[in-house]
Design a protein around this ligand. Sequence first.
Ligand code: NAD
Length: 269
Amino acid sequence: MPKDPQKIAIIGFGAMARSLQASLTKTQSRLAIRATLLPREFHASAELPDSIHLCGTVEELIEWAPSLVVECASHEAVRHAVPELLRAGIDVVVVSVGSLSDGALLADLEKAAQSGKSRLTVASGAIGGLDVLRSAKSAGLDTVIYTGSKPPAAWKGTPADDEFLLSDLRERTVIFEGTALDASTLYPKNANVTAAVALAGIGFERTKVTLIADPTSTSNTHQVEAGGAFGRFSILLENRPLPDNPKTSWLAALSIEQCITRHFQNIEL
Ligand SMILES: NC(=O)c1ccc[n+]([C@@H]2O[C@H](COP(=O)([O-])OP(=O)(O)OC[C@H]3O[C@@H](n4cnc5c(N)ncnc54)[C@H](O)[C@@H]3O)[C@@H](O)[C@H]2O)c1
């Protein structure tokens, strides 16, 4: 039976959810978000349009019977809500990808999806080229290196803030070099991108991560380089932020829209 594209629900209602909602409305898409899962403690931060039904618990959302749930909230929300939804037979798209660096959670999600005969899709978010990593790995990938660069002020409140006088940096400075596993733990604000690269390619322990504070640049960049039996690959992304939220990249919100569109297509383009 075809699933109803007018019965999509979202977990959270922050910057990305609002951007997605606005974009679907503006383009008069056949897809519509009609409900949100927002426990009471998060109500105050959301400005919900009247067209969106508010569910305070996962049980209420399951009862509302969404055709697809899109998680746009937090790592905690993935842990708390997604396994139950999958067990109830509801497909889910996850954007807080950093949560999946927790192997135990990933195993739980797999079990839940098997038991509910449902599907979890990981949005590519702020990074690209994941299709290449996924395809190339079956012939053998030797190296995958992710390099993330941001202006020094963007690393405030991270371990780099203790090690470097960020405001005094005058040249590009490497603030972290290590595995994607360590990067996910030490730099959680970067965890979504490092996790997406690690999951698509050769895993958290073999993916190398370099993080850079660059006082000569005002933008955030993401570079992925990979080599293996297939050949070599390199991609550089310079993402613009969402017009109304400087901390979230526009591409991440657009990637969710793409994920949802594909979910309801008969031919996945
Ligand atoms: N994959 C990527 O490349 C990528 C890029 C940017 C952001 N993200 C992730 O996407 C998520 C949303 O980003 P955003 O910019 O919209 O954030 P935001 O802070 O603007 O909005 C998050 C919303 O979720 C709500 N929320 C938090 N915990 C919740 C929970 N347990 N249950 C229900 N609602 C909850 C908050 O109240 C808020 O409304 C974050 O986890 C962020 O890390 C991923």
